[in-house]
Design a protein around this ligand. Structure first.
Ligand SMILES: Nc1nc2c(c(=O)[nH]1)N[C@H]1C(S)=C(S)[C@@H](COP(=O)(O)O)O[C@H]1N2
Ligand SMILES: [Mo]
Length: 337
């Protein structure tokens, strides 16, 4: 994969920072006192772009709030908040979260995802349930959502690039979906695929192993933290966050939280995954958050909160060790990669 052969300072010309943005960036970095700014500068892979670290522009087109189509399940939001999930930090401002996204199917420029993702068509939408399962079926998304128990949860989110946020997701436990579709007893892994539609997703022209895909062990999928999100900030998911249905795995690096899912497969063998295929030296299968295990090109010891720019120490399993560490206690292999 070309990613690894590029020098760390490589910036594709199409992504070079215009001068005005550079000046803004300097002001922003000064203001935020960003200690590790530039550590990851210029990676063409899934790395934090210091050049992208500006807060959302004040004149950002506000359409992102209203671009949600009226769907048969729009009335289910806001859902009841599950009080078991509390935060140690402020919620990220909604506009900040909605204008700083990773969604490589559209663009690698985080501030432009929300605009380009407008072209995504999210109804009709179906999700195929396939593989080692008693009820293989193509589900209509609204029929599926209505079968499952929506609730709101406040979760931290930690990108492998070292930026972080805290947001209120609405969704249902992945386990409730697994129970609904009943995998066979020989299913050991669950695999997810995103939509890959060349007509609406300009980023698919880049040389990555599309469609975006991810996987978990069945034990991980059964953990209560594993959420399928259909909403955020008390309404349906806007397109840039992975509408109409995405995974949220807050104890793992953000790239595991696959967006805009169209297919879920149960298998008995560990499947390949998108980032591990694209750059196997840099991204593993488990990707559990650990401050003491650096990425080959940068430290994971601390994280930068988007919006405020504040830095905080990274927490083991992103602060969810009490809920997930048991999953890995017998594991001899490297699960922090
Ligand atoms: N299909 C798809 N899912 C994806 C990605 C992507 O590029 N494509 N990026 C991942 C990464 S690296 C992160 S950090 C989160 C970002 O989610 P957000 O934009 O809603 O904050 O989505 C993850 N899911
Ligand atoms: Mo990420």
């Amino acid at each position: 994969m070309l990613i690894r052969r590029r020098p760390t300072w490589y910036i594709p010309e199409s992504r070079a920072t215009p001068e005005s943005a550079y000046l803004d960036r300097r002001n922003f970095l000064k203001g935020a006192g960003a200690v590790a700014a530039g550590l990851t500068l210029g990676s063409a892979g899934c790395a934090d772009q210091a050049t992208r670290a500006q807060p959302a522009p004040a004149n950002a087109d506000p359409r992102f709030r209203t671009s949600l189509p009226s769907t048969p399940t729009a009335g289910l939001y806001p859902a009841h908040r599950n009080a078991a999930f509390t935060l140690d930090r402020e919620l990220t401002d909604e506009l900040v979260a909605a204008t700083y996204n990773n969604f490589y199917e559209f663009t690698t420029t985080k501030e432009q995802v929300w605009r380009l993702a407008e072209s995504l068509s999210i109804r009709p939408w179906t999700v195929d349930i396939a593989g080692l399962v008693k009820q293989p079926k193509r589900w209509d998304i609204d029929q599926l959502i209505r079968k499952l128990p929506l609730e709101e949860r406040l979760y931290r989110h930690r990108c492998v690039e070292a930026w972080a946020m805290a947001v209120p997701w609405t969704g249902f436990p992945l386990r409730s979906l697994v129970d609904l579709v009943q995998p066979n007893s020989n299913a050991k892994f669950i695999r997810f695929f995103s939509l890959a539609d060349k007509k609406t997703m300009p980023g698919l022209s880049a040389g990555y192993p599309w469609p975006y895909n991810e996987a978990l062990t069945m034990d991980e999928a059964a953990n209560d933290m594993a959420l399928i999100a259909t909403g955020i900030y008390g309404h349906q998911l806007p397109k840039q966050h992975g509408a109409p249905i995405r995974l949220v795995l807050p104890w793992k690096y953000g790239f595991k939280s696959i967006k805009s899912i169209v297919r879920i497969e149960f298998t008995d063998k560990r499947p390949p995954t998108f980032w591990n295929t694209a750059s196997p030296q840099e991204y593993g299968f488990y990707a559990n958050v650990n401050p003491q295990v650096p990425h080959p090109r940068w430290s994971q010891a601390s994280e930068r909160l988007i919006g405020t720019g504040a830095r905080r120490p990274t927490l083991l399993y992103n602060g969810y060790a009490d809920r997930v560490a048991d999953l890995y206690k017998d594991l001899k292999i490297k699960h922090f990669f």
